[in-house]
Design a protein around this ligand. Sequence first.
Ligand SMILES: Cc1cc2nc3c(=O)[nH]c(=O)nc-3n(C[C@H](O)[C@H](O)[C@H](O)COP(=O)(O)OP(=O)(O)OC[C@H]3O[C@@H](n4cnc5c(N)ncnc54)[C@H](O)[C@@H]3O)c2cc1C
Length: 371
Amino acid sequence: MLNLEILIVGGGIGGLTAAIALRRDGHRVTVIEKDPEWAVYGVGIIQQGNVLRAMKELDLLDDYMDAAVGFDFVAVHAPDGTQVAKVPSPRLVEGYPANVGIGRPALHKVLGDRTIAAGADVRLGVTAETIEDDGEGVTVRFSDGSGGRYDIVIGADGVYSDTRQKVMPGAEEPEYTGQAVWRYNLPRPSDLDALHVYNGPTGVGLVPISDELMYMYVTTPEPGNPWYDEDGLAQVMRGKLAATAQPIRELAENITDDQGVVYRPLEAMMLTGAWHKGRAVLLGDAVHATTPHLGQGAGMAIEDSIVLAEELAKADSFEAAFNAYRERRFERCKYIVESSLAICHGQLGKGPAVDNHKATAEMFEVTAQPI
Ligand SMILES: Cc1cc2nc3c(=O)[nH]c(=O)nc-3n(C[C@H](O)[C@H](O)[C@H](O)COP(=O)(O)OP(=O)(O)OC[C@H]3O[C@@H](n4cnc5c(N)ncnc54)[C@H](O)[C@@H]3O)c2cc1C
């Protein structure tokens, strides 16, 4: 088995799960993270059974579940607010729920704590200025003036990956879809027992993330990708909800803190060529960034890191491992990116309308397959 000196660029969801998986196999791991505060924004995400299965594989499941809220169905509401369906979702790990809602800071803490406990060296406020692969190894010069020599470099630095731009200049770049998401944390009503989705021209979801908190997400068309100033953002978000169901309009009255609004134009990209060049390899959003319509972006990043570690453990060359990793991941990640984009385009009238529940049921079938 290879025993490698590994640099991971990016201490987000994919970079940290990769660090955990690779430390378990005995590799020496350094993580550089550009944010000196190592902070993530305060809303949450939805994850499904394949992520619980991956957390089990990483021996993180109980820590993860302690930080999350589990649920086994999605409640669907008509535009007038009436609940019209309760769609069950399949469990993949016996004794554990089918889905979870989890706060991003809570997930980050679970992954960050384990990364450090596993013995990875995490360096904050640091980026890679130059990455030079001479065939025998990779020499990296860091933004703090220091340097290092590594067997391989993993770019887990997200959708705008600097590693991708450095090692694969001219590769695909993210494209704006025409849609954006608004998110905001609110007190969790005692009867919010699952993800509640409100259909209509403005899509809304309510996701429990702790005993006290839920977050609301709102998808809106945003032609031309407008810039919204932080001042007044809460009022703009409330305005976007003006034509939604009565219970949502009532909740919207509590959206008052401009700084609590997380606004994000939605972009997507899929690297169709190789996912590595020489000794540098990419994972997560750096190589396949999806819109969140199927709630699987982070799940794909976590699965990538497990598969990459497995292939490095099996292969006798990193090149063989990188090829096998892409081979196992490509179709699944492409499916998530394309199916999510199809829902997005349908909502925007840029493509045929997609039956969201059918697409979600299919996603559950695909992601239930072993990785
Ligand atoms: C609106 C929205 C909602 C979403 N909702 C969900 C959901 O409900 N469920 C789900 O599964 N997924 C969701 N996703 C997708 C999910 O957030 C991403 O797929 C996931 O975060 C990807 O993980 P990553 O580690 O590849 O990248 P990131 O989480 O973006 O992490 C990248 C890290 O690299 C760091 N970094 C960047 N550049 C550098 C550099 N040059 N040097 C060092 N460090 C660097 C960043 O600071 C960051 O810490 C959503 C995405 C969006 C946009």
